[in-house]
Design a binder for this molecule. Sequence first.
Ligand code: HEM
Length: 127
Amino acid sequence: MKRSLFILAAVLALALFAVGCSPVATDAAAATASTTAAASDTTGSADSGMLELTLEELKQYDGKNGNPAYVAVDGVIYDVTNVKEWKGGEHNGYSAGNDLTDIIKNKSPHGVSKLKGVPVVGKLVDG
Ligand code: HEM
């Protein structure tokens, strides 16, 4: 009798543990969290987490006063904050916060190859 009571208690404990770890419960929590995030999102970032900035909005990312340094090339926005050549948001006379497509392609000696490995944070949109 004692033995069967023990088995019953063990099975119950296992069942409770399984319900507690249920992926359904986790999914529901994740879904609620992402809905909340999407609803309160007003910064122009797409669902994928990528930013969507107009040229006007890009200007504030100049690498100055603690701002990140972003540059746009071919509609893609790159984060050059941690690129040593872009210290302080400046590079060979050019400033972050701008669309530098023409400069990197036609004036720089390196072309777009230097953007390889630089983090992409979003895209430039009309505004
Ligand atoms: C939109 C982005 C960029 C623009 C417009 C740009 C522009 C330029 C220009 C005009 C020069 C020539 C300076 C001179 O003639 O003395 C230059 C040189 C240089 N840039 Fe950039 N650059 C960009 C991104 C980058 C990035 C992301 C890196 C590094 C990861 C980089 C690294 C260098 C280096 C090392 C030089 C020296 C010359 C060379 O090695 O080719 N640049 N850049």
